[in-house]
Design a protein around this ligand. Structure first.
Ligand code: NAP
Length: 349
């Protein structure tokens, strides 16, 4: 790339919006020039619109930028979206209809049959669905989504197991408080506590996983046959979703076969050398008490998913633990990687 392309950000003031700003600071291909949020923030300097909540300074040049209204047709052609799901559905649709490429984190369009639900290491070929959207919108606008934060972690860990006939999966999550946005869960509800309910989360994991692991057939994605049952819990962790997983497989792999598949797992981002791609997307940790969110969620700038404790399961076949950074690999980093893949493969031309 000789010239960076301008990009915008919807929902720039939220938890995920701030991670986007971090991810895009100094990006070799994308230049973040336009920030938008709600009426509460528009017309303010970014630094005054909402408190910065990451443990690094606001990247250079961003603090002084004005927050713009989230009006379709304004801003660069490529916009990332970290919008609240209550408004993302209509707003993202309006931006795409006005000719923007919308690369979104929000749940609203993920299960639309024409919208790629992308984890670039797992299903890069699902970008072919953009041809279906091109038939809908003559002006070239489109929506691409990344999955729910728990689902990204789960599908990264399950992807190498597809080769062994993945039949069913039980997953229990321990999800960080940053996954609930800001101010999120009240401190008196979560400190010293576990909340065994996250609204809509189990349904998202159970359906999104099958679309991501599925295959493109003509103009639709054929869902992967794996049946998924999810339990979701909010725990007093700041960043990093931990998931304990049991799987049933049609094949009869040995532990060494599974380890080799996990250790050797790479996808399009690694082959293309995308700027945000981790060198090793899945890392297996041999220590019996790892991965842990405090020590392992930040690996490779939060883009690596860690796996550990692979062992036989006496109810299904195998069980293990997996962990990923929810606002990076599960949100902003995932969307930036999606846009890098789109650019590298020529979908943004
Ligand atoms: P958040 O902290 O509540 O931020 C929401 C953002 O949306 C803010 O910038 C807010 O602007 C903006 N917004 C709200 N109403 C708006 C309107 N009417 N018009 C324009 N902008 C509006 O939420 P978050 O945790 O960052 O999550 C953002 C999205 O990513 C959600 O859809 C969420 O489900 C998804 N997601 C989150 C995570 C995670 O780990 N947190 C992971 C994956 C996906 P103001 O500040 O001006 O109100």
């Amino acid at each position: 790339m000789t010239k960076r392309i301008e990009v915008g950000l919807l929902g720039a003031t939220g938890m995920v919006g701030q991670q986007f700003i971090n991810q895009l600071a100094g990006h070799p291909w994308f230049d973040l020039t336009w920030l938008a949020a709600s009426e509460r923030s528009e017309g303010k300097r970014y630094a005054d619109a909402a408190p910065w909540r990451l443990d690094s300074a606001i990247p250079g040049g961003i603090a002084e930028k004005m927050v713009e209204p989230a009006a379709a047709g304004k801003g660069p052609k490529l916009v990332f979206s970290a919008l609240d799901a209550n408004v993302a559905g209509d707003l993202e649709q309006a931006f795409a209809d006005a000719g923007h490429f919308v690369v979104s984190n929000a749940r609203n369009h993920r299960m639309d049959p024409a919208v790629p639900l992308l984890v670039p290491e797992v299903n890069a070929e699902h970008l072919a669905l953009l041809r279906v959207q091109a038939k809908r919108r003559a002006n070239g606008g489109a929506i691409v989504t990344n999955p729910n934060c728990s689902t990204v972690v789960l599908t990264m860990a399950l992807a190498p197991l597809r080769a062994f006939g993945l039949r069913s999966c039980l997953v229990s999550t321990m999800q960080a408080v940053s996954g609930a946005g800001y101010p999120g869960v009240a401190s008196l509800d979560i400190l010293g506590n576990v909340i065994p309910f996250i609204s809509g989360e189990e349904e998202k994991i159970e359906t999104e996983t099958r679309k991501i692991l599925g295959t493109v057939a003509g103009e639709v994605v054929e869902m992967h046959p794996v049946m998924v049952s999810a339990h979701t819990n909010r725990v007093p962790v700041i960043d990093g979703h931990t998931e304990t997983v049991s799987v049933a497989l049609d094949g009869k792999p040995k532990a060494a076969d599974l380890r080799a598949a996990i250790d050797g797992f790479v996808g399009a981002p690694q082959r293309l050398g995308l700027p945000t791609a981790p060198k090793q997307p899945l890392v297996y940790m041999d220590q019996p008490n790892r991965p842990q969110p405090r020590f392992d969620a930040g690996r490779e700038r939060g883009m690596t998913v860690t796996v550990g404790r692979l062992r036989p399961c006496h109810v299904l076949d195998w069980k293990f633990v997996t962990l990923g950074h929810n606002t990076v690999r599960g949100a902003a980093g995932a969307a930036v990687l999606n846009a890098e893949l789109m650019l590298a493969e020529g979908w943004l031309d």
